[in-house]
Design a protein around this ligand. Structure first.
Ligand code: NAD
Length: 355
């Protein structure tokens, strides 16, 4: 029996330039009395601004969010939460900050309001991640879903161009893999296509004009849609490779997505015809056959042609990565053998293929 399943996730979403001013009303709607604001050290100013907007409801700012959610940061945030006598959090930042809020929600079942400032899309997913002794563990749990998400494009006007492009390509990877996921559906496909369209028009503009207001709003709509695709489906080979590369070699998350994505797309598309059709439409191409080559040119152009070698991987790392990918199962429209994985990694390293 061929049935489709789709689980709608219950976040309350507010979107618009200036929407940050809705935060206090959102806290009241959720009946929160004291709210701890989480952010990275670099975004402390935003954290303080959020605390100011919350007024008496603010229980302080914890500016200790870090990449990959180390358990030490979670423990420190837990202490700050207890000291503040807080009953909820506002997480103001990118995937790292939202990840810290999710870790608290997982342990204490507390409500979080997300104020995303990148395009990673974590605010739309029940996926959490934690790093203990350099080992990253991830899982899915409805308790970590933000109760409210406030998207304010004004908060992204100062997002550096490199983070803009890389987190945008990271988001596009969610939409692309959702198109050929085993649990994809017409709802997911519609969100993925629109999310891809938003980034395809917005990212080339933002690379040249980072303060382009309409493109900033478009990219943030894309983040919402692509994040929702990630939250609704099971990711494939691309995410598997990124996860292994991040865990084994500590490569930077979003940049790794950018360097790998065109090569995984080229490998998968012959076995994912519907994804090819959607990408061709979103890219304005007349045939899916043109997608692989044009998509690679586009990503190279956007990401300054950066390869996995530029990020610190070397040819000698390939075998270990391939072993690890082959060890654990994941879903993908095309099953790659050892030679396929080597070819994909070599191409992403910027080295000529051995075969
Ligand atoms: P990030 O949150 O690590 O932020 C990168 C840097 O950009 C930080 O220094 C941050 O302070 C700064 N920054 C963020 N927004 C800014 C802004 N508007 N202006 C200026 N500086 C800003 O990066 P990210 O790409 O958003 O998140 C990556 C992390 O998120 C990874 O650890 C990844 O695993 C995780 N992630 C999780 C999910 C999920 O569903 N759980 C989804 C996507 C990504």
């Amino acid at each position: 029996m061929n049935v489709l399943r789709y689980e709608a996730l219950p976040m309350h979403v507010i979107f618009g330039a200036g929407a940050i001013t809705e935060l206090a009303a959102e806290a009241d709607r959720l009946q929160l009395r004291k709210v701890l604001v989480l952010c990275t050290p670099e975004q402390r100013e935003l954290g303080e601004r959020v605390a100011g907007l919350l007024g008496d409801r603010a229980g302080g700012v914890f500016a200790g969010a870090r990449m990959h959610v180390p358990t030490q940061a979670v423990r420190e945030a837990e202490s700050a939460f207890a000291e503040a006598g807080a009953d909820g959090c506002v997480v103001a930042g990118g995937g790292s900050t939202i990840g810290l809020g999710k870790a608290l929600a997982l342990r204490h079942d507390l409500p979080i309001i997300a104020l995303p400032t990148t395009y990673a899309g974590s605010e739309m997913t029940p996926i959490w991640g934690l790093t203990e002794a350099e080992r990253k563990v991830t899982g899915r749990d409805r308790r970590v879903l933000p109760r409210s998400v406030v998207y304010d494009p004004e908060l992204t006007y100062g997002l550096p161009v490199t983070v803009t492009v890389n987190s945008g390509l990271n988001a596009m990877a969610h939409a692309i893999e959702a198109l050929y996921a085993p649990d994809s559906s017409p709802v997911v496909a519609a969100m993925a296509e629109q999310g891809l369209r938003e980034f395809l028009w917005a990212l080339p503009i933002l690379k040249e004009q980072p303060a382009h207001l309409e493109a900033r709003a478009g990219a943030l709509r894309g983040a919402w849609l692509c994040g929702a695709c990630l939250g609704a489906t099971t990711m494939g080979l691309h995410h598997k490779l990124c996860h292994v590369l991040g865990g084994s070699l500590n490569l930077p998350h979003a940049e790794t997505h950018a360097a790998l994505l065109p090569h995984v797309v080229a490998f998968n598309l012959p076995f994912a015809p519907r994804a090819g059709e959607v990408l061709a439409r979103a890219m304005g191409l007349s045939s899916p056959d043109e997608v692989a080559v044009k998509f690679r040119l586009l990503v190279d152009e956007l990401s300054w042609g950066r390869t996995l070698s530029d990020l610190g991987m070397s040819h000698g790392d390939i075998d270990g990565i391939v072993d690890e990918v082959l060890r654990s199962p994941y879903s993908n429209p095309r099953e790659p053998g050892r030679d396929d994985l080597i070819r994909i990694l070599e191409a992403s390293l910027g080295h000529p293929s051995r075969s």
